[in-house]
Design a protein around this ligand. Structure first.
Ligand SMILES: [Zn+2]
Ligand SMILES: [Zn+2]
Length: 147
């Protein structure tokens, strides 16, 4: 089983997780946009039993009822998202991974809140809201070979 490491920008927070993530996804919601100050956030979904901090403890901000967003109190790096509706999961921001290139997103969520100028030109599943709802196939682009 592989072990993956990651850290915040300054290194006060480091973490590890074991094995493969549950999923990797783009989130286009407004809250993620504000917290990351980016057009889109990318998350690596883990079971909480896979994950542990190996240095430091993050600060937290409850952005909605039942939602905790964690970040480094020193450098401000967003670290993770946890929600009461998914009590056994922690969602890490992909940019904190030591080797983010090895984790490839497989779907888009909250596409209903996507910035209009942000082009999504892949063939991944697109969920209007969270990934618990079925993907909206009508918004999916045809594969390049079919265009
Ligand atoms: Zn830091
Ligand atoms: Zn989001």
């Amino acid at each position: 089983m592989r072990t993956t490491t990651g850290r915040c920008l300054c290194g006060d927070l480091t973490y590890q997780f074991d094995g493969e993530p549950l999923w990797v996804e783009y989130c286009h919601c407004e809250s993620c946009r504000r917290q990351t100050s980016s057009a889109v956030a990318i998350f690596v979904g883990l079971d909480t039993t896979q994950f542990r901090y190996t240095r430091g403890k993050p600060a937290g901000y409850a952005s909605s009822p039942g939602v905790m967003r964690s970040f480094c109190a020193r450098c401000g790096s967003p670290m993770s998202f946890e929600a009461a509706k998914w009590p056994s999961e922690i969602h890490l921001y992909l940019g904190t991974l030591s080797e983010p290139a090895t984790f490839v997103p497989t779907r888009h969520v909250h596409i209903a809140e996507k910035l209009p100028w942000f082009e999504v030109a892949d063939t991944l599943a697109r969920h209007a809201h969270d990934g618990a709802a079925p993907a909206d196939q009508s918004q999916r682009l045809a594969a390049p070979s079919q265009i």
